[in-house]
Ligand binder design. Structure first.
Ligand code: K2U
Ligand code: ZN
Length: 175
């Protein structure tokens, strides 16, 4: 099912998420819900804390045109980062309609456990590299605005607080 995406500021988005210790039916349902929620947003990545679950699992599908390539990464770890950096104008489903340039290593090698419990390792480049680093940051309670200067971060946070007040008022009026 599609789950609501938390909007910044929210303490659950700043938490260091807990490692997954067992792959259960509930975890599989969470992964399925996260993929459904990501495609619906639409987005190309989503981390569990964004749907209020502070556990180390993320989903990704950075394929634009062509058959979808959904990935589920459990307890992901960055094993290697390139020296080269790239800048990408990032957004975040938890910080809607705000974009800023973020500099990150151009390529990363990530190790993780898949839904079958098997260990995986892959080197990512391009948008996949940006996305996987953005999502792993979520598992460490880090948002792309944490890479910005304090004034720009504060301006974006103020906008999100206003948005949340407006959404709360709309919800109250709808009742
Ligand atoms: O984690 C999220 O909030 C989903 C992010 C993932 C992402 C952020 C920046 C750069 C790459 C991935 C996005 O909101 S998904 C939306 C999107 C779509 C196409 C390109 C970039 C971002
Ligand atoms: Zn995000």
């Amino acid at each position: 099912m599609i789950r609501p995406i938390l909007i910044h500021p929210d303490p659950r988005l700043k938490k260091l998420c807990d490692p997954v210790t067992e792959i259960t039916a509930d975890l599989r349902q969470l992964a399925s819900d996260m993929l459904e929620t990501m495609y619906d947003a639409p987005g190309i990545g989503l981390a569990a804390p964004q749907v209020g679950v502070t556990r180390r699992i993320l989903v990704m599908d950075c394929i634009k045109d062509g058959p979808p390539e959904p990935m589920v990464l459990i307890n992901p770890v960055v094993l290697w980062r390139s020296e080269d950096l790239t800048v990408y104008e990032e957004g975040c489903l938890s910080i809607p309609d705000q974009y800023a340039d973020v500099k990150r290593p151009a390529e990363v090698t990530v190790g993780w456990i898949d839904l079958d419990g098997a260990e995986q390792e892959r080197q990512f480049a391009g948008l996949w590299a940006t996305c996987v680093q953005h999502e792993i940051d979520h598992l460490d309670g880090r948002l792309f605005i944490d890479y910005l200067g304090p004034l720009k971060r504060q301006m974006i946070t103020r906008k999100m607080e206003k948005l949340k007040r407006e959404r709360a008022r709309e919800a109250a009026d709808a009742r």
